[in-house]
Ligand binder design. Sequence first.
Ligand SMILES: Cc1cc2nc3c(=O)[nH]c(=O)nc-3n(C[C@H](O)[C@H](O)[C@H](O)COP(=O)(O)OP(=O)(O)OC[C@H]3O[C@@H](n4cnc5c(N)ncnc54)[C@H](O)[C@@H]3O)c2cc1C
Length: 292
Amino acid sequence: MQIPASFDYVRAADVDNAIALLERHGPEARVIAGGHSLLPMMKLRLARPEWVIDINDLTELDFLVREGDVLRIGAMTRHTALLESAEVARLFPIVTDAERVIADPVVRNRGTIGGSLCQADPAEDLSTVCNVLAAQVIIRGAGGERVLSMPEFHQGPYETAVAQTELLCEIRFPVRPRSGSAYEKVERRVGDWAVAAAGAAVSLAENGTISHASVGLTAVGLEGTVSEAADILAGQQPSEELFAEAGRAAAAACDPMADQRGPVDYKRHLADELTRRVLRRACSRAAKTQEG
Ligand SMILES: Cc1cc2nc3c(=O)[nH]c(=O)nc-3n(C[C@H](O)[C@H](O)[C@H](O)COP(=O)(O)OP(=O)(O)OC[C@H]3O[C@@H](n4cnc5c(N)ncnc54)[C@H](O)[C@@H]3O)c2cc1C
């Protein structure tokens, strides 16, 4: 049986207290949210924090609220809450699509959006979703609050801009009129991490052309969004030929690695095919909504 190295444990009472505890216990302290990434790493001794600061009492970070043209999501919002939210499904179906294929109910009941983004696993699904939706993230430390874009936040595999004494507190999605989004993933078995996945968000102009498009890929060595695909889509009428062109651009832009989940060619093929599918669904959803 795998057992973590010994550590001390403390429950933070609120955000300020969590930040104070991080400062007091220094670089050997880590916060724990759902624990579904941190605990396995501790058991494998890939992480050996001396202090574990539990942030599960921070109910102030567990919220989903629409404010004008923004959906605000607290970092402690569980996967299940995102999956079950009717408002999220209506405004950002890409989130619901992704949550359906993240792990299993046990993981989704505890795992949080904040923990997922901070873990920054290259095969993690919500980072792609947040990139595609041009999310902003709100980080707090003793010095105050920072608002970052996803490219500023995500600095590479397992690396983010959150400093050791800071907490990710909130994620904000901009609501766009006449928009639709979708996410699709290929996994070896239900609940597994992605072999490859793609997400897309589009907005349509009054005349039905694509006024804004964003495409992202998961687990194929591409961070951020596929600007080549967005350029192809902008200003065009949605069509199968257009989706195919964007799919080819996404496949060319990614840089997958061969591993136990499949060879490079297979993953590139998935990047192409999944991009076409999510664009088709995102455009069809956008055409059906007048949401502003
Ligand atoms: C069997 C299994 C299958 C999975 N499959 C998938 C999958 O298919 N797709 C997918 O995307 N994910 C998958 N996951 C990961 C799952 O989504 C986790 O919930 C998620 O990665 C981490 O969230 P957490 O709340 O459990 O974070 P934790 O494990 O508690 O924390 C993860 C890291 O983030 C830090 N952290 C957490 N919250 C904050 C915060 N607010 N501010 C600053 N730092 C913070 C912690 O210190 C730690 O370093 C899987 C996990 C398991 C166990």
